[in-house]
Design a protein around this ligand. Structure first.
Ligand SMILES: [Zn+2]
Length: 297
């Protein structure tokens, strides 16, 4: 990777992908796409699965004062032909586009907490496409094996105090900001002798996390990590990743029509120091994915 600088946008959000061989010397013929926020698409042997698909990015007014509306065209460009949709938690910046993704891929199953499957059900998605997960559950989708791991949310200053936790009553929340959090999950994915750990919110549930074995790649949320003591040290000690891919570091109140901007309190130079520490302790390499581009490995 390029040497750390003062944190100019081009360093935080490169437009070029990593050089070939960033994960394995011999490519396995898979791709990974960071679609913005915590969104990831993995494709291998004709099967496509996604995690926390969210590309609609409503702006400030629409987030706080209008009901959620997906950008159908952008969702189709980013999440066509999915076989499975995994959701880390139900906040809008992770789950608002899930029903739209399920609609355009009618054979895709939505995997997530009770809160996630219920909010998707309320948008008209049928039972055959809904699967509520529990901690430790092992799922198979084509060549992918996925384990659901109970986790916790990062602590968002101020917002934590007014956060909606459960979905109540009937119908949909009044605005994206009122989408409930529900139970939080991380996901471990293995295929073709390669393992990924998607940690899409910056907290930990200690016992489920302690169950985890080392992984090849960790994809970890940078937003709201400051309230979680030793966040990177705990990821490193438990997962010993070869590669660290940051996510949830772009400002999700900004439309994807424009280049990504940092999320508030990104503290990029501090992040580079922390990930350099993982490099010293475990040989971890930082890999940054350009938004919206499928990267081979
Ligand atoms: Zn959240």
């Amino acid at each position: 990777m390029t040497a750390p600088t003062a944190g100019a946008p081009a360093d935080i959000f490169p437009t070029d992908g990593p050089a070939p061989g960033w994960l394995r010397d011999e490519p396995i013929g898979a791709t990974i796409t960071w679609t913005g926020c915590a969104g990831i698409v993995l494709a291998y042997e004709g099967t496509r699965i996604c995690f926390d698909p969210f590309v609609s990015n409503p702006g400030f007014v629409d987030t706080f004062f209008r009901s959620a509306r997906s950008d159908g065209e952008r969702v189709r460009r980013s999440f066509a032909d999915m076989s499975a949709i995994f959701v880390g938690h139900t906040h809008w910046d992770h789950a608002m586009d899930v029903a739209e993704v399920a609609t355009i891929s009618p054979s895709a199953v939505v995997y997530g907490s009770e809160t996630t499957t219920e909010i998707v059900r309320r948008q008209g998605i049928g039972e055959s496409q809904l699967h509520t997960v529990v901690d430790g559950e092992q799922l198979t989708v084509g060549p992918f094996r996925v384990e659901a791991v109970a986790s916790r949310h990062g602590i968002v200053p101020v917002a934590s105090k007014i956060d909606v936790i459960e979905l109540r009553g009937t119908g949909m929340p009044r605005s994206p900001f009122r989408w409930p959090r529900g139970q939080v999950f991380s996901y471990r994915v293995t295929f073709a002798d390669t393992s990924f750990y998607l940690h899409t919110s910056a907290g930990f549930e200690p016992e489920p996390f302690a169950r985890q074995q080392p992984v090849d790649v960790v994809i970890a949320c940078l937003a709201a990590r400051q309230g979680t003591p030793d966040y990177f040290a705990r990821i490193g000690a438990q997962l010993r990743p070869k590669v660290f891919i940051p996510c949830h570091h772009d400002n999700f109140l900004e439309s994807q029509d424009r280049p990504p901007k940092p999320v508030p309190r990104l503290e990029w130079p501090q992040f580079l120091d922390d990930v350099a520490g993982l490099g010293r302790d475990y040989g971890t390499r930082l890999v940054q994915l350009p938004r919206g581009e499928a990267i081979s490995f």
